[in-house]
Write a protein that binds this ligand. Structure first.
Ligand code: GDP
Ligand code: IMO
Ligand code: MG
Length: 428
């Protein structure tokens, strides 16, 4: 799989597919790991032997000595959270040395977090269920050309003036539109900027660095955050995140040309979860959902919220594979399905007018009215979490994998049967 110089790992559902686990599993074979989208809305859980790490900004390469880790320009960064993350690792004996932050990455400022909460409150029953990390407002400001980029930390005086001007605009918004408390400059200057300035030694033109690594033939892994169905364009808009989450964003978010994206690995759970509000055609409730939630420990890494549970949505997965150009699928949390009884994959949707579609509709109102058409598979009761070889799997599990491949239109080349590195099976 790593014959190519670069490998992109992308989520093919609504996030939390196990991208962290799969990226970490593969990162041993690369020199550089790059995050190119999102920010601390991401929560990537990685289990190394008996230790569990939860990464939000940092690429999984930080868990290996000597790897180069890059936070690309497509990310939005919260200096306070990032500092906490680095400190948390340090407490556990991991000193992150080779870290580079793009001077073009945007900063999440304290007013972005406040704005995120106020926007959510205002939405009332149409709440998106964001992570409240300030992601949406930071990307809004980036697009509106009033963002603050990491490189601007190099000129403290100019930065202060800029933030003061933006803050007065935000305060008008907070006070007039939301009738909420305003924020003071000292809150930002004392509570936030010192942490941001401590990031200065890491700040660089990371696209230039990356070009050098690629020229020298070094291997690079692009660790995606979120998933295809949370993509700003192709996700279940408006119940999405505020950035591109697919392979296309590797180029714009890391600063490499399209021809440099080598292997594309999509990650999908053996079922589906979603955290936050919005359409979820294959959602299930009741005993089976509870069983999967408990067995898969389906509680948000970032917010601790219980994740919504559903059957594998083949329609969504097929779209994700097509749009991302997925060449290999990593099917994760496969062990969780043991003992669940018969298992379903949605292969098409029946619309309200009786018509059938195999494609994911753009309109959320249509999505709310469709009924999935399922293909049913026999389940298995064996514990497969110790299987080290594909041939050790029960017949029913192999049939299910075949069903996933047929529905998704991509081969399952990696199978994950547990959170640890050694619970991963190659199937090439
Ligand atoms: P990410 O955001 O895509 O990196 O995924 P998360 O880390 O948010 O959620 C995936 C969860 O499943 C984490 O708790 C992982 O430790 C866990 N996990 C990953 N792969 C497997 C697997 O194959 N089996 C089980 N049981 N857990 C897994
Ligand atoms: P990883 O990388 C799952 C969801 C939020 C919400 C929506 C918008 O761990 O897969 P935002 O805070 O981004 O404005 O929230 O997107 N969301 C995620 N769900 N995994 C993630 O990241 C997510 N990042 C954002 O729950 O529904
Ligand atoms: Mg996650």
């Amino acid at each position: 799989m790593l014959n190519d110089t670069t490998l992109a790992v992308v989520g093919c559902q609504w996030g939390d597919e196990g991208k962290g686990k799969i990226s970490d599993f593969l990162a041993g074979q690369v020199d550089v790991v790059v995050r190119y989208n999102g920010g601390p809305n991401a929560g990537h859980t990685i289990v190394v032997e008996n230790e569990t790490f939860k990464l939000h900004h940092l690429p999984c390469g930080v868990l290996y000595p000597g790897k180069i880790n890059i936070l690309g320009n497509g990310m939005v960064l919260d200096a306070l959270t990032l500092e906490d993350e680095l400190a948390g690792l340090k407490r556990r004996g991991i000193i992150v040395q080779k870290l580079f932050i793009s001077d073009r990455a945007h900063l999440i400022l304290p007013y972005h977090r406040r704005q995120d909460s106020l926007e959510e409150e205002k939405r009332g029953s149409a709440k998106i269920g964001t992570t409240l990390r300030g992601i949406g407002p930071a990307y809004q400001d980036k697009i509106a050309r009033r963002g603050i980029r990491a490189g601007e930390l190099r000129d403290a005086q100019r930065l202060k003036e800029k933030i003061a001007a933006f803050l007065s605009e935000k305060n008008e918004l907070f006070a007039r539109y939301y009738s909420a408390e305003t924020m003071t400059m000292p809150e930002i200057e004392e509570g936030y900027l010192p942490a941001a300035y401590r990031l200065l030694p890491y700040i660089a033109d990371t696209a230039l660095l990356l070009a050098g690594h690629l020229e020298r033939g070094e291997k690079v892994l692009f660790e995606g955050a979120q998933g295809a169905m949370l993509d700003i364009d192709y996700g279940t808009y408006p119940y999405v995140t505020s950035s591109g989450t697919m392979t296309g964003s590797v180029c714009s978010g890391a600063g490499i040309p399209p021809g440099k994206v080598g292997t594309i690995l999509g990650v999908g759970k053996a079922y589906t979860t979603r955290v936050g509000a919005g359409p979820f055609p294959t959602e299930i409730e009741g005993k089976t959902a509870e069983y999967i939630r408990e067995r898969g420990r389906e509680f948000g890494t970032t917010t601790g919220r219980p994740r919504r549970i559903g059957w594998l949505d083949g329609v969504a997965l097929r779209q994700a594979c097509r749009l991302n150009g997925v060449q290999h699928l990593a099917l994760t949390l496969f062990d969780v399905l043991g003992g669940v009884g018969s298992i379903k994959i949605a292969t098409a949707y029946r619309c309200r007018d009786g018509s059938v579609t195999e494609h994911f509709p753009a309109d959320q109102h249509i999505l709310e009215e469709i009924t999935p058409i399922y293909r049913e598979f026999a389940g298995w009761d064996e514990d497969i979490s110790r299987c080290g070889n594909i041939n050790d799997l029960p017949r029913a599990a192999l049939d299910y994998i075949k069903g996933v491949e047929e529905t998704a239109g991509a081969p399952v080349s990696l199978l994950s049967v547990g959170p640890r590195r050694d619970q991963t099976i190659w199937r090439l």
